[in-house]
Design a binder for this molecule. Structure first.
Ligand SMILES: C[S@@+](CC[C@H](N)C(=O)[O-])C[C@H]1O[C@@H](n2cnc3c(N)ncnc32)[C@H](O)[C@@H]1O
Ligand code: SF4
Ligand code: SF4
Length: 434
Protein backbone atom coordinates (compact mmCIF):
# COMPACT_ATOMS: atom_id res chain seq x y z
CA UNK A 1 0.00 0.00 0.00
CA UNK A 2 2.83 2.38 0.94
CA UNK A 3 6.13 2.00 -0.85
CA UNK A 4 8.77 0.42 1.39
CA UNK A 5 11.85 2.60 1.56
CA UNK A 6 15.16 1.15 2.70
CA UNK A 7 15.16 2.97 6.06
CA UNK A 8 13.25 5.78 7.74
CA UNK A 9 13.81 9.33 6.60
CA UNK A 10 13.49 10.60 10.17
CA UNK A 11 13.75 8.97 13.57
CA UNK A 12 12.71 9.92 17.10
CA UNK A 13 15.43 8.83 19.51
CA UNK A 14 14.32 8.58 23.14
CA UNK A 15 17.59 9.30 24.92
CA UNK A 16 16.03 8.33 28.25
CA UNK A 17 12.70 7.40 29.79
CA UNK A 18 13.55 9.47 32.86
CA UNK A 19 11.97 12.88 33.26
CA UNK A 20 12.05 15.79 35.66
CA UNK A 21 8.27 16.25 35.18
CA UNK A 22 5.33 13.88 35.49
CA UNK A 23 2.77 15.21 33.01
CA UNK A 24 -0.61 13.61 33.59
CA UNK A 25 -1.25 13.15 29.86
CA UNK A 26 2.20 11.77 29.00
CA UNK A 27 2.62 8.29 27.64
CA UNK A 28 5.76 8.12 29.81
CA UNK A 29 3.83 9.01 32.96
CA UNK A 30 1.33 6.23 32.43
CA UNK A 31 3.93 3.60 31.54
CA UNK A 32 4.10 0.72 33.97
CA UNK A 33 6.23 1.01 37.06
CA UNK A 34 9.06 -1.10 35.62
CA UNK A 35 10.12 1.98 33.65
CA UNK A 36 11.98 4.58 35.68
CA UNK A 37 10.47 8.01 36.04
CA UNK A 38 13.25 9.47 38.16
CA UNK A 39 16.50 10.86 36.88
CA UNK A 40 18.65 7.76 37.18
CA UNK A 41 20.86 6.47 34.44
CA UNK A 42 19.99 3.15 32.84
CA UNK A 43 22.48 0.36 32.42
CA UNK A 44 22.54 -2.53 29.98
CA UNK A 45 21.13 -0.63 26.99
CA UNK A 46 22.91 -0.33 23.64
CA UNK A 47 25.55 2.35 23.81
CA UNK A 48 24.80 5.57 22.01
CA UNK A 49 27.66 4.96 19.56
CA UNK A 50 26.08 1.66 18.48
CA UNK A 51 22.76 3.44 17.89
CA UNK A 52 24.48 6.30 16.07
CA UNK A 53 26.41 3.96 13.78
CA UNK A 54 23.20 2.11 12.84
CA UNK A 55 21.46 5.40 12.03
CA UNK A 56 24.40 6.48 9.88
CA UNK A 57 24.78 3.08 8.16
CA UNK A 58 21.11 3.14 7.19
CA UNK A 59 21.21 6.65 5.76
CA UNK A 60 18.71 8.27 8.14
CA UNK A 61 18.45 11.97 7.28
CA UNK A 62 17.05 13.50 10.47
CA UNK A 63 16.92 12.59 14.17
CA UNK A 64 14.73 14.18 16.84
CA UNK A 65 16.06 13.75 20.37
CA UNK A 66 13.23 13.06 22.77
CA UNK A 67 12.38 11.06 25.87
CA UNK A 68 11.62 11.30 28.74
CA UNK A 69 13.52 14.51 29.07
CA UNK A 70 16.49 14.46 26.67
CA UNK A 71 18.34 17.33 28.39
CA UNK A 72 18.97 14.97 31.33
CA UNK A 73 20.81 12.53 29.07
CA UNK A 74 22.78 14.75 26.68
CA UNK A 75 26.13 14.13 28.35
CA UNK A 76 25.61 10.38 28.53
CA UNK A 77 24.95 10.21 24.77
CA UNK A 78 27.40 12.88 23.66
CA UNK A 79 29.78 10.53 21.79
CA UNK A 80 26.94 9.04 19.72
CA UNK A 81 25.32 12.41 19.11
CA UNK A 82 28.61 13.83 17.92
CA UNK A 83 28.96 10.94 15.46
CA UNK A 84 25.57 11.61 13.87
CA UNK A 85 26.23 15.33 13.73
CA UNK A 86 29.57 14.72 12.00
CA UNK A 87 27.82 12.38 9.55
CA UNK A 88 25.62 15.30 8.48
CA UNK A 89 22.38 14.01 10.03
CA UNK A 90 20.07 16.89 11.01
CA UNK A 91 19.36 16.93 14.75
CA UNK A 92 16.31 18.47 16.44
CA UNK A 93 15.12 18.19 20.01
CA UNK A 94 11.84 17.97 21.91
CA UNK A 95 12.43 19.17 25.46
CA UNK A 96 10.50 20.78 28.31
CA UNK A 97 13.50 23.17 28.60
CA UNK A 98 13.15 23.32 32.38
CA UNK A 99 16.73 22.08 32.84
CA UNK A 100 18.45 24.26 30.25
CA UNK A 101 21.85 25.38 31.51
CA UNK A 102 24.73 27.18 29.80
CA UNK A 103 26.55 23.86 29.46
CA UNK A 104 23.57 22.14 27.84
CA UNK A 105 22.98 25.12 25.57
CA UNK A 106 26.58 24.83 24.46
CA UNK A 107 26.13 21.12 23.68
CA UNK A 108 22.96 21.81 21.68
CA UNK A 109 24.76 24.43 19.64
CA UNK A 110 27.74 22.14 19.08
CA UNK A 111 25.31 19.56 17.67
CA UNK A 112 24.05 22.11 15.16
CA UNK A 113 20.63 22.40 16.82
CA UNK A 114 19.09 25.68 15.77
CA UNK A 115 15.50 25.11 16.81
CA UNK A 116 13.71 23.49 19.73
CA UNK A 117 10.19 22.17 20.21
CA UNK A 118 9.18 22.62 23.82
CA UNK A 119 6.07 21.72 25.82
CA UNK A 120 3.89 24.16 27.72
CA UNK A 121 0.41 23.24 28.88
CA UNK A 122 -0.91 26.68 29.81
CA UNK A 123 -0.09 30.36 30.16
CA UNK A 124 -1.16 30.00 33.78
CA UNK A 125 1.47 28.69 36.22
CA UNK A 126 -1.04 26.95 38.47
CA UNK A 127 -2.68 24.99 35.66
CA UNK A 128 0.63 24.12 33.98
CA UNK A 129 2.12 22.87 37.25
CA UNK A 130 -1.01 20.86 37.96
CA UNK A 131 -0.84 19.19 34.54
CA UNK A 132 2.91 18.59 34.74
CA UNK A 133 2.33 17.29 38.26
CA UNK A 134 5.43 19.25 39.30
CA UNK A 135 5.38 22.50 41.29
CA UNK A 136 7.63 25.19 39.82
CA UNK A 137 7.77 23.62 36.36
CA UNK A 138 6.01 26.55 34.64
CA UNK A 139 8.64 28.97 35.91
CA UNK A 140 11.46 26.62 34.94
CA UNK A 141 10.14 26.13 31.40
CA UNK A 142 9.50 29.84 30.96
CA UNK A 143 13.09 30.56 32.02
CA UNK A 144 14.31 27.89 29.61
CA UNK A 145 12.37 29.43 26.72
CA UNK A 146 13.78 32.87 27.55
CA UNK A 147 17.31 31.50 27.72
CA UNK A 148 17.03 29.66 24.41
CA UNK A 149 15.42 32.62 22.60
CA UNK A 150 17.97 35.10 23.92
CA UNK A 151 20.74 32.80 22.68
CA UNK A 152 19.42 32.85 19.14
CA UNK A 153 17.67 29.47 19.14
CA UNK A 154 14.26 29.31 17.50
CA UNK A 155 11.66 27.94 19.87
CA UNK A 156 8.28 26.51 18.93
CA UNK A 157 5.87 25.54 21.70
CA UNK A 158 3.65 22.46 21.74
CA UNK A 159 0.59 22.61 24.00
CA UNK A 160 -0.81 19.12 24.56
CA UNK A 161 -4.55 19.68 24.80
CA UNK A 162 -6.86 17.85 27.19
CA UNK A 163 -10.21 18.81 28.68
CA UNK A 164 -8.24 20.52 31.47
CA UNK A 165 -6.65 23.22 29.30
CA UNK A 166 -8.89 23.33 26.21
CA UNK A 167 -10.22 26.75 27.22
CA UNK A 168 -6.72 28.27 27.34
CA UNK A 169 -5.44 27.83 23.81
CA UNK A 170 -5.70 31.48 22.79
CA UNK A 171 -4.14 32.92 25.94
CA UNK A 172 -1.34 30.36 25.77
CA UNK A 173 -0.69 31.20 22.11
CA UNK A 174 -0.51 34.90 22.96
CA UNK A 175 1.74 34.16 25.94
CA UNK A 176 4.29 32.20 23.90
CA UNK A 177 4.27 34.89 21.21
CA UNK A 178 5.26 37.40 23.90
CA UNK A 179 8.06 35.07 25.00
CA UNK A 180 9.52 35.22 21.49
CA UNK A 181 8.46 31.79 20.18
CA UNK A 182 8.30 31.42 16.41
CA UNK A 183 5.59 28.77 16.33
CA UNK A 184 2.71 27.41 18.37
CA UNK A 185 1.21 23.93 18.17
CA UNK A 186 -1.89 22.67 19.92
CA UNK A 187 -1.98 18.88 19.82
CA UNK A 188 -4.75 16.63 21.07
CA UNK A 189 -3.49 14.37 23.88
CA UNK A 190 -3.68 10.79 22.67
CA UNK A 191 -4.84 8.32 25.26
CA UNK A 192 -1.67 6.85 26.81
CA UNK A 193 -1.52 3.09 26.22
CA UNK A 194 -1.28 2.05 29.84
CA UNK A 195 -3.78 4.55 31.24
CA UNK A 196 -6.90 2.69 32.42
CA UNK A 197 -9.26 5.65 32.22
CA UNK A 198 -8.47 8.85 30.30
CA UNK A 199 -12.05 10.15 30.08
CA UNK A 200 -11.42 13.15 32.33
CA UNK A 201 -8.74 14.31 29.86
CA UNK A 202 -9.56 12.97 26.39
CA UNK A 203 -11.14 15.48 24.01
CA UNK A 204 -14.38 14.58 22.28
CA UNK A 205 -15.27 15.51 18.69
CA UNK A 206 -16.68 18.92 19.64
CA UNK A 207 -13.60 19.66 21.76
CA UNK A 208 -11.36 18.74 18.84
CA UNK A 209 -13.24 21.12 16.54
CA UNK A 210 -12.87 23.84 19.16
CA UNK A 211 -9.13 23.17 19.37
CA UNK A 212 -8.76 23.53 15.59
CA UNK A 213 -10.68 26.81 15.39
CA UNK A 214 -8.91 28.28 18.42
CA UNK A 215 -5.58 27.41 16.86
CA UNK A 216 -6.48 29.28 13.70
CA UNK A 217 -7.55 32.26 15.84
CA UNK A 218 -4.08 32.23 17.43
CA UNK A 219 -2.57 32.42 13.96
CA UNK A 220 -4.78 35.34 13.05
CA UNK A 221 -4.23 37.22 16.31
CA UNK A 222 -0.48 36.67 16.72
CA UNK A 223 0.86 35.94 13.24
CA UNK A 224 2.60 32.85 14.65
CA UNK A 225 3.01 29.73 12.54
CA UNK A 226 0.51 27.27 14.00
CA UNK A 227 0.24 23.51 13.67
CA UNK A 228 -1.05 20.38 15.35
CA UNK A 229 1.42 17.53 15.61
CA UNK A 230 -0.74 14.47 14.96
CA UNK A 231 -2.34 12.82 11.96
CA UNK A 232 -6.09 13.39 12.25
CA UNK A 233 -8.67 11.57 10.15
CA UNK A 234 -9.77 13.84 7.30
CA UNK A 235 -13.39 13.23 8.37
CA UNK A 236 -12.64 14.59 11.85
CA UNK A 237 -12.36 18.17 10.58
CA UNK A 238 -15.40 20.43 10.87
CA UNK A 239 -14.76 22.31 7.62
CA UNK A 240 -12.45 22.77 4.66
CA UNK A 241 -10.57 25.67 6.25
CA UNK A 242 -9.39 23.72 9.30
CA UNK A 243 -8.70 20.62 7.18
CA UNK A 244 -6.59 22.63 4.75
CA UNK A 245 -4.64 24.36 7.53
CA UNK A 246 -4.17 21.45 9.95
CA UNK A 247 -4.92 18.25 8.03
CA UNK A 248 -1.69 17.96 6.10
CA UNK A 249 -0.08 15.30 8.25
CA UNK A 250 -0.19 11.63 7.42
CA UNK A 251 0.78 8.82 9.75
CA UNK A 252 4.52 8.26 9.34
CA UNK A 253 4.72 5.22 11.67
CA UNK A 254 6.79 2.52 10.01
CA UNK A 255 6.39 4.24 6.64
CA UNK A 256 8.85 7.13 6.72
CA UNK A 257 9.70 7.29 10.43
CA UNK A 258 10.00 5.31 13.65
CA UNK A 259 11.14 5.62 17.27
CA UNK A 260 14.21 4.19 18.98
CA UNK A 261 13.30 3.61 22.61
CA UNK A 262 15.62 4.39 25.53
CA UNK A 263 16.28 0.61 25.69
CA UNK A 264 17.21 0.37 21.98
CA UNK A 265 13.91 -1.25 21.04
CA UNK A 266 12.48 0.01 17.76
CA UNK A 267 8.82 1.08 17.64
CA UNK A 268 6.74 2.40 14.74
CA UNK A 269 6.07 5.69 16.56
CA UNK A 270 6.50 7.20 20.01
CA UNK A 271 2.92 6.44 21.04
CA UNK A 272 3.07 2.78 20.01
CA UNK A 273 4.03 0.04 22.46
CA UNK A 274 4.77 -2.59 19.79
CA UNK A 275 8.48 -3.34 19.36
CA UNK A 276 10.14 -4.91 16.32
CA UNK A 277 13.67 -5.68 17.48
CA UNK A 278 16.62 -3.95 19.06
CA UNK A 279 18.59 -1.46 16.99
CA UNK A 280 21.76 -3.14 18.26
CA UNK A 281 20.76 -6.29 16.33
CA UNK A 282 20.49 -4.32 13.08
CA UNK A 283 18.22 -1.37 12.39
CA UNK A 284 17.44 -2.73 8.95
CA UNK A 285 15.90 -5.92 10.41
CA UNK A 286 13.62 -3.97 12.75
CA UNK A 287 12.58 -1.61 9.95
CA UNK A 288 11.75 -4.54 7.65
CA UNK A 289 9.75 -6.17 10.43
CA UNK A 290 7.28 -3.24 10.59
CA UNK A 291 5.69 -4.37 7.35
CA UNK A 292 2.11 -4.36 8.73
CA UNK A 293 2.32 -0.60 9.35
CA UNK A 294 2.82 0.14 5.67
CA UNK A 295 0.90 -2.70 4.01
CA UNK A 296 -2.50 -1.20 4.84
CA UNK A 297 -3.38 -4.38 6.80
CA UNK A 298 -4.09 -2.35 9.94
CA UNK A 299 -6.39 0.17 8.23
CA UNK A 300 -10.17 -0.37 8.70
CA UNK A 301 -12.09 -1.81 5.74
CA UNK A 302 -14.35 1.24 5.44
CA UNK A 303 -11.34 3.55 5.00
CA UNK A 304 -9.69 1.22 2.50
CA UNK A 305 -12.69 0.25 0.43
CA UNK A 306 -15.45 2.81 0.75
CA UNK A 307 -14.19 6.25 1.67
CA UNK A 308 -12.02 7.12 -1.30
CA UNK A 309 -9.66 9.36 0.72
CA UNK A 310 -7.21 6.60 1.72
CA UNK A 311 -4.25 6.45 1.18
CA UNK A 312 -3.44 9.70 -0.65
CA UNK A 313 -5.67 12.21 1.11
CA UNK A 314 -6.10 10.50 4.49
CA UNK A 315 -4.04 7.88 6.31
CA UNK A 316 -7.14 6.30 7.87
CA UNK A 317 -6.58 7.75 11.35
CA UNK A 318 -4.20 6.91 14.17
CA UNK A 319 -3.71 3.17 14.72
CA UNK A 320 -2.52 3.67 18.31
CA UNK A 321 -5.55 5.81 19.26
CA UNK A 322 -7.68 3.09 17.64
CA UNK A 323 -5.98 0.40 19.71
CA UNK A 324 -6.19 2.35 22.93
CA UNK A 325 -9.88 3.06 22.48
CA UNK A 326 -11.12 -0.13 20.76
CA UNK A 327 -8.45 -2.67 21.83
CA UNK A 328 -7.44 -3.36 18.23
CA UNK A 329 -4.78 -1.79 16.05
CA UNK A 330 -7.21 -2.44 13.20
CA UNK A 331 -10.01 -0.55 14.94
CA UNK A 332 -11.48 2.80 14.01
CA UNK A 333 -9.77 6.00 15.16
CA UNK A 334 -12.08 7.41 17.86
CA UNK A 335 -12.24 10.72 15.95
CA UNK A 336 -13.15 9.12 12.62
CA UNK A 337 -16.76 9.92 11.75
CA UNK A 338 -17.00 7.63 8.71
CA UNK A 339 -18.61 10.51 6.87
CA UNK A 340 -17.54 12.38 3.75
CA UNK A 341 -14.70 14.71 4.78
CA UNK A 342 -14.99 18.43 4.03
CA UNK A 343 -13.25 19.44 0.80
CA UNK A 344 -9.93 21.22 1.13
CA UNK A 345 -9.87 24.87 0.14
CA UNK A 346 -8.35 24.95 -3.37
CA UNK A 347 -4.91 26.53 -3.34
CA UNK A 348 -3.81 28.71 -6.24
CA UNK A 349 -0.93 26.83 -7.84
CA UNK A 350 2.21 28.86 -8.36
CA UNK A 351 3.10 29.38 -12.02
CA UNK A 352 6.72 28.77 -12.97
CA UNK A 353 8.64 30.77 -15.53
CA UNK A 354 9.30 28.17 -18.24
CA UNK A 355 12.51 29.90 -19.30
CA UNK A 356 13.95 30.27 -15.82
CA UNK A 357 17.04 28.49 -14.56
CA UNK A 358 16.51 26.32 -11.48
CA UNK A 359 19.11 25.54 -8.83
CA UNK A 360 19.05 22.61 -6.41
CA UNK A 361 18.52 23.45 -2.74
CA UNK A 362 21.68 24.08 -0.77
CA UNK A 363 22.82 20.96 1.05
CA UNK A 364 20.51 18.62 -0.90
CA UNK A 365 21.29 15.00 0.06
CA UNK A 366 20.54 11.71 -1.69
CA UNK A 367 19.98 8.08 -0.68
CA UNK A 368 19.76 5.15 -3.08
CA UNK A 369 16.55 3.15 -2.98
CA UNK A 370 15.43 0.00 -4.82
CA UNK A 371 13.63 2.25 -7.25
CA UNK A 372 15.22 5.68 -7.67
CA UNK A 373 16.65 7.82 -4.92
CA UNK A 374 15.44 9.95 -2.05
CA UNK A 375 16.39 13.61 -2.47
CA UNK A 376 16.25 15.30 0.93
CA UNK A 377 16.25 19.05 1.56
CA UNK A 378 14.62 18.98 5.02
CA UNK A 379 12.37 16.76 7.08
CA UNK A 380 9.33 18.38 5.48
CA UNK A 381 10.79 18.60 2.01
CA UNK A 382 12.00 15.38 0.45
CA UNK A 383 10.91 13.19 -2.44
CA UNK A 384 11.51 9.75 -3.88
CA UNK A 385 12.70 10.64 -7.38
CA UNK A 386 13.70 8.91 -10.57
CA UNK A 387 17.43 8.24 -11.05
CA UNK A 388 17.45 10.48 -14.11
CA UNK A 389 16.15 13.43 -12.12
CA UNK A 390 18.65 12.68 -9.36
CA UNK A 391 21.49 12.61 -11.89
CA UNK A 392 20.31 15.92 -13.30
CA UNK A 393 20.27 17.49 -9.82
CA UNK A 394 23.69 16.09 -8.96
CA UNK A 395 25.14 17.12 -12.30
CA UNK A 396 23.93 20.64 -11.68
CA UNK A 397 25.81 20.65 -8.40
CA UNK A 398 29.09 20.00 -10.16
CA UNK A 399 28.43 22.73 -12.71
CA UNK A 400 28.73 25.09 -9.79
CA UNK A 401 25.55 27.08 -9.88
CA UNK A 402 24.77 27.03 -13.58
CA UNK A 403 21.42 25.37 -12.91
CA UNK A 404 18.99 23.67 -15.29
CA UNK A 405 15.92 24.65 -17.26
CA UNK A 406 12.60 23.04 -18.07
CA UNK A 407 14.10 22.21 -21.45
CA UNK A 408 17.00 20.32 -19.80
CA UNK A 409 14.48 18.32 -17.77
CA UNK A 410 12.39 17.54 -20.87
CA UNK A 411 15.51 16.42 -22.77
CA UNK A 412 16.55 14.18 -19.86
CA UNK A 413 13.27 12.27 -20.17
CA UNK A 414 12.88 12.61 -23.93
CA UNK A 415 9.44 14.22 -23.50
CA UNK A 416 7.86 17.57 -24.34
CA UNK A 417 8.32 20.55 -22.03
CA UNK A 418 4.61 20.42 -21.33
CA UNK A 419 4.92 16.87 -20.01
CA UNK A 420 8.04 17.72 -17.97
CA UNK A 421 6.38 20.77 -16.35
CA UNK A 422 4.51 18.89 -13.53
CA UNK A 423 7.79 17.24 -12.44
CA UNK A 424 9.52 20.62 -12.30
CA UNK A 425 6.54 22.00 -10.38
CA UNK A 426 6.80 19.17 -7.84
CA UNK A 427 10.55 19.73 -7.39
CA UNK A 428 9.94 23.43 -6.77
CA UNK A 429 6.96 22.98 -4.45
CA UNK A 430 8.94 20.45 -2.36
CA UNK A 431 11.76 23.03 -2.23
CA UNK A 432 14.30 20.65 -3.77
CA UNK A 433 15.04 23.31 -6.38
CA UNK A 434 14.31 27.01 -6.54
C1 LIG B 1 7.05 12.67 25.48
S1 LIG B 1 7.61 14.28 25.13
C2 LIG B 1 9.36 14.13 25.39
C3 LIG B 1 10.09 15.43 25.24
C4 LIG B 1 9.99 16.43 26.38
N1 LIG B 1 10.00 15.85 27.66
C5 LIG B 1 8.77 17.33 26.19
O1 LIG B 1 7.83 17.21 26.97
O2 LIG B 1 8.77 18.12 25.25
C6 LIG B 1 7.52 14.41 23.37
C7 LIG B 1 6.31 15.18 22.86
O3 LIG B 1 5.13 14.44 23.12
C8 LIG B 1 4.13 15.32 23.56
N2 LIG B 1 3.16 14.47 24.29
C9 LIG B 1 3.29 13.93 25.51
N3 LIG B 1 2.21 13.18 25.81
C10 LIG B 1 1.39 13.24 24.77
C11 LIG B 1 0.11 12.66 24.48
N4 LIG B 1 -0.51 11.86 25.34
N5 LIG B 1 -0.45 12.92 23.30
C12 LIG B 1 0.17 13.74 22.39
N6 LIG B 1 1.38 14.30 22.60
C13 LIG B 1 1.99 14.05 23.78
C14 LIG B 1 4.90 16.34 24.37
O4 LIG B 1 4.24 17.55 24.56
C15 LIG B 1 6.13 16.53 23.51
O5 LIG B 1 5.89 17.50 22.49
S1 SF4 C 1 8.04 16.67 30.20
FE1 SF4 C 1 7.78 15.47 28.33
S2 SF4 C 1 8.48 13.37 28.82
FE2 SF4 C 1 8.29 14.49 30.75
S3 SF4 C 1 6.31 13.87 31.52
FE3 SF4 C 1 6.03 15.81 30.36
S4 SF4 C 1 5.56 15.24 28.21
FE4 SF4 C 1 6.35 13.42 29.30
S1 SF4 D 1 -13.32 7.30 6.78
FE1 SF4 D 1 -11.17 6.68 7.09
S2 SF4 D 1 -10.09 7.21 5.18
FE2 SF4 D 1 -12.06 8.29 5.19
S3 SF4 D 1 -11.59 10.31 6.01
FE3 SF4 D 1 -12.30 9.05 7.73
S4 SF4 D 1 -10.41 8.16 8.60
FE4 SF4 D 1 -9.90 8.99 6.57
Amino acid sequence: MFRQISAPVSVQWELTSACNLNCLHCYNYWRDSSHPKGLHVLHGNPGSEIIAKELIRNGVFQVTLTGGEPLTALNKHLSGLTLIQEAGIDININTNLALLTDERLHILKSLGIKSILTSLMAHDARIHDELSNTPGSFEATRNGINKAVSNGIKVAVNMVVTKKNLAMIRETGQFVKNLGAVGFCATKASKPSSCPDFTAYHLNQADLHHMFTELLSVKEETGLNVDSLEHYPACAFPDGITRTALGGRSCSAGKTGCTIGFNGLVRPCSHAQQTYGNIADGFHLAWQAMHEWRSGDLVPQYCKNDCGEFPNRCGGGCRVEAENCSHSLKGTDPFCTNSVPPARVPITKMVLDKNATFLPAKGLRFRNEDVGQIAYASVKNWLLIDNKVADLLKGVHTKNGVGFTLRDLALTFGVSEERAYPTLHLLVSKKLVS
